[in-house]
Design a protein around this ligand. Structure first.
Ligand code: GLV
Ligand code: MN
Ligand code: MN
Length: 415
């Protein structure tokens, strides 16, 4: 490939997407189907069209930009990621994979590279669970794990269902049953993403090739105690929902730290204390639990142990604990054939790499249910992500885009 990825293109796309931001004073916030997110979608679609891609969307808002190959009847190759963010995020998580995909299709055309299969840049709807508490909505629906009925049940904090929001925005919800992708109808999918652990930076390597993507289980927990006076109620008489929560939190942390699995994380990221006043014993606490593992059985074993601990804590503290589980996703092993191609591309481009595990989840985790998947990681400063301090050099994304392009073309001509 003579013409290589251009870091300036990457920079321009990322900075422009970053102008669609509801918290410019503190990082980047682009929550699914908010005004800024819808505008960012329009921008990405217009850039796709400029790159000669044919653009279409499905009922849940996944965006497909198709670069037609010489044999469009063959199962295509996919690349892409997401453009929604968590609250007060950075400008790279997700967006890097989308713009690397754009740069790849630009390079394929600029270098006149033959590709028999179609190459499709995909923007998956809501990889982040920010609005509907459940992540990977678009890829989940593609994998047949989020249907119209569930879309009518998923509710945001304002009481809107996902289905209602999609309808209001004019997505073709009548075609919800056409969203799932049949196994075998996509030949392979490669997603570029920033490393959210710091392992690349520590190893001094520009590329990470992902072996396994850890998968989450997410819960909402409601602890119901008894609201009462902070001075009047003796220590013995309390049914303190917050103290019970604190004990659950420490039990959860211990289970994560003592896990025998290769990679486990346990997090409480969202806590609502009711009534949240200085001189009132909290009567209720609602919080989230996020448990991840690269091994499904280890994860379920940890969940079972946690439920036992919660039962004992509830009994001891005389509170009621209600648990709602949102998902229990499967960790995804990346495809050996694509991994080999990624290694060969790194060698060809004279780029060193390491193989790594992704503690973060990605749309590839669900795409892997119907197609062979692989992921390219590029370094992130100090491994910081989901933070305004997230940073990746544009040149590092460009280096990743070169590897991505090589492999997309290889796959597109593997017939
Ligand atoms: C996705 O961003 C995740 O939480 O891993
Ligand atoms: Mn993220
Ligand atoms: Mn991401």
């Amino acid at each position: 490939m003579e013409i290589k990825a251009n870091a300036e293109n990457i920079k321009t796309w990322l900075e422009t997407i970053n102008t669609f931001n509801s918290t410019p004073e503190f990082g980047t916030t682009r929550v699914l189907f908010t005004d800024v997110e819808v505008k960012a979608r329009e921008y990405v679609k217009s850039e796709m069209r400029k790159l000669n891609l044919k653009v279409h969307e499905d009922a849940i808002g996944n965006i497909f930009g198709v670069l037609e190959g010489t044999r469009p009847e063959l199962p295509p190759i996919w690349t892409g990621s997401h453009i929604d963010t968590v609250l007060n995020a950075g400008m790279f998580d997700g967006m890097s994979g989308v713009v690397a995909g754009l740069e790849a299709v630009r390079l394929i055309q600029a270098n006149n590279l033959k590709h028999e299969r179609n190459i499709i840049v995909v923007v998956y709807t809501s990889e982040e669970p920010t609005r509907f508490k459940l992540g990977c909505l678009g890829s989940r629906a593609m994998a047949g794990k989020l249907d119209e009925k569930q879309a009518k049940e998923l509710i945001d904090d304002d009481g809107n269902t996902l289905y209602k929001v999609l309808t209001k925005l004019g997505f073709p919800v009548q075609d919800f049953d056409k969203v799932p992708i049949k196994k075998g109808s996509v030949y392979g999918a490669v997603e570029l993403h920033i490393d959210q652990n710091g392992v690349l930076e520590k190893a001094g390597k520009p590329i990470g090739i992902v072996k396994t993507i850890c998968a989450p289980s997410v819960f909402d927990v409601e602890v119901v105690g008894k609201q009462s006076h902070a001075g009047g109620t003796t220590m013995e008489d309390r049914q303190d929902a917050f103290m019970a929560t604190a004990e659950i939190a420490l039990a959860l942390e211990k289970l994560g730290k003592t896990s025998q699995s290769e990679y486990t994380t346990t997090t409480i990221g969202r806590v609502q204390v009711i009534p949240n006043a200085v001189n009132v014993i909290p009567g209720k606490v609602i919080f989230s639990i996020d448990i991840r593992d690269c091994d499904y059985d280890y994860k379920n074993d940890l969940i079972a142990k946690l439920k036992e601990e919660i039962k004992a804590i509830a009994k001891k503290r005389n509170v009621v604990v209600n648990i709602t589980q949102y998902n229990n996703d499967y960790p995804m092993k990346c495809d050996e054939n694509i991994i080999k191609k990624l290694e060969a591309a790194c060698e060809k481009e004279n780029t060193s790499y390491i193989k790594t595990i992704s503690g973060a989840f990605h749309d590839s985790m669900l795409v892997g249910e119907f197609a062979p998947v692989a992921m390219i990681f590029v370094p992130s400063k100090d491994g910081i992500s989901h933070s305004p301090n997230e940073w990746t050099d544009f040149a590092d994304i460009a280096a990743g885009a070169n590897i991505l392009t090589d492999v997309l073309v290889e796959l597109a001509n593997e017939v």
